[in-house]
Design a protein around this ligand. Structure first.
Ligand SMILES: C[S@@+](CC[C@H](N)C(=O)[O-])C[C@H]1O[C@@H](n2cnc3c(N)ncnc32)[C@H](O)[C@@H]1O
Length: 282
């Protein structure tokens, strides 16, 4: 699992930097381009889909696991009129940003999911691109990934009431790169931008949810992620001067390199994107 210090490497740069290329709502995950070419609309379409997958209504008590800077919580509170929404993040910087937003009916905790003990159980869960931080690359190599992922889904089961649903999205590790330049670049990306993380394989998720959650729907969206990354890189480059002047040349170069390689990784099917609707096994 990414440590708290590693999480700050990934998410600790000022939200003002991320806002320049992610957009005002700070959604740091793949969008859904079924009916639009616009990134912000596509991000809202993604949230609408995850909420449908999680069966959320205004009276649903929801937990968003790995809530980022609160984009999904804001959507729940302001657009879906959800009265009791909770979020957890491991990043102090993200936690501070959500507290600053002061969203109605929203509670956020800075806590590792393994230590989280809610006072009351939830009717629904969402988790959008957090599970990639659950296993370290070396834990994948030593065969620990399945047990760790199963532990995550057991925790999620314990936090919920019978009848709960879970809308889950995450990056998949799909095909092993064969070209040495791509292998090197993937290693650089993990070390430099997302230390301690490793995207899971689809078969590991299928096995890990088994005792706790029934798979109701599964959809992959590899090409949507390539498009999302293209928008992000275009916005990053549009703000190059400001980013270099404010945060330095190295930060700009690192993020340009990361987004460029990720576009290739999704194009080449090294990675894909999965969206699951899960129903609690009671
Ligand atoms: C790629 S961001 C996704 C953020 C957000 N869900 C979104 O859609 O923009 C990953 C999130 O997972 C959180 N996270 C990573 N490891 C965690 C852990 N062990 N416990 C709780 N949150 C964690 C990070 O702090 C971050 O908020």
């Amino acid at each position: 699992m990414s440590t708290a210090a590693e999480i700050e490497i990934s998410y600790g740069v000022s939200p003002d930097f991320f806002r320049l290329w992610l957009g005002d709502a700070l959604h740091y995950t793949c969008a859904v381009f079924d009916d639009t070419d616009d990134l912000d609309e596509a991000q809202r379409a993604k949230l609408a889909l995850i909420h449908e997958y999680a069966g959320i209504r205004p009276d649903t008590r929801v937990l968003d696991i790995g809530c980022g800077w609160g984009g999904n919580l804001a959507y729940l509170a302001t657009e879906r009129q959800v009265k009791d929404a909770h979020g957890i993040t491991l990043s102090r910087a993200q936690h501070a940003e959500i507290e600053r937003l002061n969203l109605p009916g929203v509670t956020v905790h800075c806590v590792d999911y393994r230590d989280y003990e809610p006072v009351e159980r939830f009717d629904a869960l969402t988790s959008i691109c957090m599970i990639e931080h659950a296993c370290r690359p070396e834990q994948v190599r030593t065969g620990e990934a399945l047990g760790i992922l199963r532990g995550f889904f057991r925790r999620a089961w314990e936090w919920t009431v019978p009848g709960a649903s879970f809308g889950l999205q995450h990056v998949l590790y799909d095909r092993v790169p064969r070209e040495s330049a791509d292998i090197r670049e993937m290693g650089w990306l993990t070390d430099r931008i997302f230390p301690g993380g490793a995207a899971p394989r689809m078969e590991d998720i299928v096995h890990a949810v088994g005792p706790y959650w029934e798979i109701v729907r599964l959809r992959t969206r590899r090409t949507d992620y390539t498009r999302t990354l293209g928008h992000w890189r275009e916005r990053l480059r549009r703000n190059e001067k400001l980013i270099r002047a404010t945060w330095g040349d190295e930060l700009f170069a690192d993020y340009d390199r990361y987004l460029t390689f990720c576009m290739r990784a999704f194009e080449q099917r090294y990675h894909s994107l999965a969206q699951w609707s899960l129903r609690r096994i009671d």
